[in-house]
Design a protein around this ligand. Structure first.
Ligand code: F6R
Length: 603
């Protein structure tokens, strides 16, 4: 949420900044801007809308060796020119990601001290506060140390000061920021992929730390303003993830990558029988309960995880939205395992939930995609989903990786709790081995899914129904359609529809009935019939072991039947592809849907 880039070195600064912002645009695309040094003076260019608009205003021949850039996802004030970053007050120019929660209080104080404000943003207030402190201290290091005590909330800030034009400064709390290290050049960025084409070496700033950065030196100060030695990390992701590789959209490319992603996720746990499963998973205790906490699609993955862990390992599981969990009464102790699921590893609510769970003494396990991200670092144990960089704002391959990992975790816990025999676990792991081939066979039906999209794309109400795991998948299918195709859709527990919502079913209303659980298939099929009798256009999405009466459906999508542990991995793919095709027919901005941003680092 909001992307920050900064550069100091001998390259063409403006090219580096714009290139970095283009890589970060998935984090926000309301407006963008850069500040750079030209002839010993700071100049600012910003523009409403996407980075292409900003690019048109930039003269790339300008010689500059230091600058900061920002792509915005609006929190305070409309996405317009005045509110866009960088902001400049007095001698200080900044870009900011996060929310300064006490900005109104600070603003009042600063107005009393003679400051006036042009924008509606908390960032301009932060900038004025920094300028105010700097006027007293004449030292940016001291200014940042004092600023941290005065500003409440979350922030990652890149800063340049008129009096120190050879340096970039950075400070962070609860919002991600890295410092990337090149040869006689250094960078700051919201994440590593933004600078991966230049270097893969980086330092992660921890909460409360700040840094002074020139082309040949990086000095990091800890939260007590003492110089601290930082570990240099090497990013092992592929920069190939950052190209569309011939696909029309990142989302489509990422759906097709699911074959490889599932191989990556399962590989370590299947190569050597039961031993690889048990020895490559963290050593977990005997828990009386598991809480799975996440947001959005990761929460839907958690619901799949609940069905699997309860069903196979016989441990009670609560699945909670992180934004609720962090404020509710929690019954936590060391006998509860709290699992945090997050692609980015930076989602503000999930991170806050993790901190609370740790404070209350629960054991925490992150299921995370981005290596070294905040949630991965703070969790007691981590399982990495290894899906690679996901650029499309709507998640697909990372979600698939999450539910695959939850299946493996359920197997591990089931074996540990003696709820499954070695033979049963090995049979399930054999199915995991066949998943990539099965995923490919689902992807091979892409043209058929297109025909379904053509039939439904003009409808503004679409329903997805299912029970248990199929209900969790229904929620995910519905979210995909809402977020990328702007179709009002509902994911519903199949049995619940007739308690009110069925009144919305009209002639031709598309209803996806998801049925892969043989034990309760007949129940969901009855619910589909109830919709059909009210005129619905039924699209049945079923595992191919079920033989359906033709009267139940209008269109039939079949996916290969596999162990229930991994069935969701196959079943979700037609839903992802149909949403993609509907969004395309509705001419939506598929990779960057309106109002959204990837990596939600504000509450
Ligand atoms: C939907 C989507 C979001 C994320 C949610 C959590 O397609 O991508 O709902 O799943 O914002 O994000 P992470 O997984 O990064 O914590």
């Amino acid at each position: 949420m909001c992307g920050i880039i900064g550069y100091v070195g001998k390259k063409d600064c403006l090219k580096v900044l714009i290139n970095g912002l283009e890589k970060l645009e998935y984090r926000g695309y309301d407006s963008a801007g850069v500040a750079y040094i030209k002839n010993k003076k700071i100049e600012i260019i910003k523009e409403e809308g996407k980075i292409v608009n900003l690019k048109k205003k930039i003269n790339f021949k300008i010689d500059s060796n230091l600058g900061i850039g920002h792509t915005r996802w609006a929190t305070h004030g409309k996405p317009n020119y005045v509110n866009s970053h960088p902001h400049r007050v007095g001698k200080i120019t900044i870009v900011h990601n996060g929310i300064i929660e006490n900005y109104l209080e600070l603003k009042k104080e600063l107005i009393k001290n003679g400051y006036s404000f042009k924008s509606d943003t908390d960032t301009e207030v932060a900038c004025a506060l920094l300028d105010y402190i700097y006027k007293e201290t004449h030292s940016i290091e001291q200014t940042l140390a004092i600023f941290k005590d005065k500003a409440e909330g979350a922030y990652a800030i890149g800063l340049i000061c008129d009096d120190n034009l050879d340096y970039l400064y950075a400070v962070k709390k609860d919002s991600p920021l890295i410092i990337a290290l090149g040869k006689e050049e250094n960078y700051i960025a919201s994440d590593v992929p933004a600078i991966l084409e230049y270097t893969n070496k980086y330092i992660t700033l921890e909460d409360g730390e700040f840094a002074k950065i020139s082309n040949d030196k990086v000095i990091v100060f800890d939260k007590d303003a003492e110089i601290v030695k930082k570990e240099i990390k090497v990013y092992d992701g592929k920069s190939g993830d950052l190209n569309k590789n011939g696909f029309e959209h990142y989302m489509l490319k990422e759906i097709y990558e699911e074959v490889e992603v599932v191989k990556q996720v399962t590989n370590d746990y299947i190569k050597d029988g039961i031993k690889s499963l048990t020895s490559n998973m963290p050593k977990l205790g005997n828990y009386e309960r598991i809480d799975i906490v996440a947001c959005g699609s990761a929460y839907h993955a958690g619901l799949v995880g609940k069905s699997l862990i309860e069903g196979y390992a016989n441990i009670p599981v609560n699945v909670e939205l992180a934004s609720e969990y962090r404020y509710k009464k929690l019954f936590l102790n060391k006998n509860v395992l709290v699992i945090l699921i997050s692609q980015s590893g930076e989602t503000a609510d999930t991170l806050a939930a993790l901190k609370i769970a740790k404070e209350k003494g629960a054991h925490t396990l992150g299921i995370i995609n981005v290596v070294g991200s905040s949630i991965a670092r703070y969790s007691d144990d981590v399982l990495y989903t290894k899906a690679g960089a996901e650029i499309a704002v709507a998640t697909t391959k990372a979600y698939t990786a999450q539910i695959t990992m939850l299946g493996l975790l359920a197997l591990n816990l089931a074996y540990k709790n003696k709820e499954m025999t070695e033979k049963e676990v090995l049979e399930a792991l054999d199915e995991a081995k066949k998943l990539p081939t099965n995923i490919q066979s689902v992807l091979n039906e892409a043209d058929f899914y297109k025909t379904i999209a053509r039939k439904i794309f003009k409808h503004n109400d679409v329903f997805f129904i299912g029970r248990l795991t199929d209900y969790a998948l229904a929620l995910e299918g519905s979210l995909k359609l809402k977020e990328i195709a702007y179709v009002n859709s509902q994911g519903y527990a199949a049995g619940e529809l007739k308690h009110g919502t069925i009144s919305l079913i009209e002639k031709n209303t598309p209803v996806f009935g998801i049925v892969t659980d043989t034990n309760i298939a007949s129940k969901t099929l009855s619910n589909m019939k109830e919709c059909k009798s009210r005129g619905a256009n039924i699209i049945a999405l079923v595992s191919n072991d079920l033989k359906l009466d033709k009267e139940i459906y209008d269109t039939l999508i079949e996916v290969p039947k596999v162990s229930p542990i991994f069935q969701g991995v196959l079943t979700v793919i037609p839903l992802q592809l149909i949403s993609y095709e509907v969004a395309k027919l509705r001419k939506c901005n598929i990779d960057k849907p309106k109002n959204l941003a990837k990596s939600v680092t504000v509450e």
